[in-house]
Design a protein around this ligand. Sequence first.
Ligand SMILES: [Zn+2]
Length: 380
Amino acid sequence: MSPRPYQICANCVMDTSDPHIVFDERGWCDYCNNFEFTIRPNWHTDQRGEDALKLLADKIRKEGKGKDFDCIIGLSGGLDSSYAAYVVKEKMGLRPLLFHVDAGWNTDQAVGNIEKLVDGLGLDLYTEVINWEEMKDLQVAFLRSQIPDQDLPQDAAFFSALYKFGHKQKIKYVITGSNFSTECCREPEEWGGYLGIDKLLFKDIHSRFGKRSLESFPLVDILVYKGLYQKILGMEIAKPLNLVSFVKKDAEEKLESRFGWQRFQHKHHESRFTRFYEDYWLPRKFGFHKRRAHFSSLIMTEQMTRDQALERISHPEMDEHFLQQEFEYVANKLDLTVNELQEIFCGENKTYHDYRNKRWLIGLGAKAMRWFGLEKRFFR
Ligand SMILES: [Zn+2]
């Protein structure tokens, strides 16, 4: 089979590095069409959004009566979760518990931002620290598995710990910074965007490449958090950023002027590993640029022009010297020599298909969510 000829969307910057992207006769991709026809008509940040936000706040407040907290917010120190914390406290008038998971890769800037928000909003913070030896073992196992989904260990730690804590403390509402404004173009799963926390995949990879058992690492399977916690026990995930005007630049300015919060150069830069993974590992080893999806979201929501995105994407976000330093830092931190990490980097690329997984089942659930209109973002 000859490779597909290169094509880039005429409206955003998604291209055929997404192997299944589809273009219409205008040259627009399926992400743009999904935004125009599925997301935009259902996304209201005007009075309708305000009314819905008030309704949501009333519901959450009622549920929290007599309890220490109304809800819980997963806070990374990045823009989306930080702004969500601000909205929940200041605009919704709620009493959230801020919940942070320290998986060992926080940038100083992320830590500073969390401290400033906690002080500025006058809220309580609970920090769960992941056992570093286990985290490291799992991350090295994932690297050795050669799949592109190298942020699964961090993501799993963040969300599992959050859901677990919420479940244990009987907190019904979990607030996330998930939003259409900066994330309406969800990256394809080929780019390391596996659809959820799949214990089967984790166990298979870790049993092949891991060296120690995972005693305390929080790992809640997608069937447990979507099925048991949410559908049966009634935990609800709320995304208030979709109900307010959330413009990246304005939100950054607001947090800076109100709290001394500091903006990041790019999305996901609050984690030193994610920054390295998205700016070095994934583009250079696999040819996938997550920034394409990030910028495309901003283009669709009219916060960036296509030309600006093309210019930014034409060079790495961080300079070469910095990236080489980060390569060494990541190797050292994971107890690998630079040569060992380089060897893994040069190894043969694989995908989750090479390991045991239950992707088919997760896909079925995800398709059902779209049929019922509960998930508007696009995936195939
Ligand atoms: Zn497009």
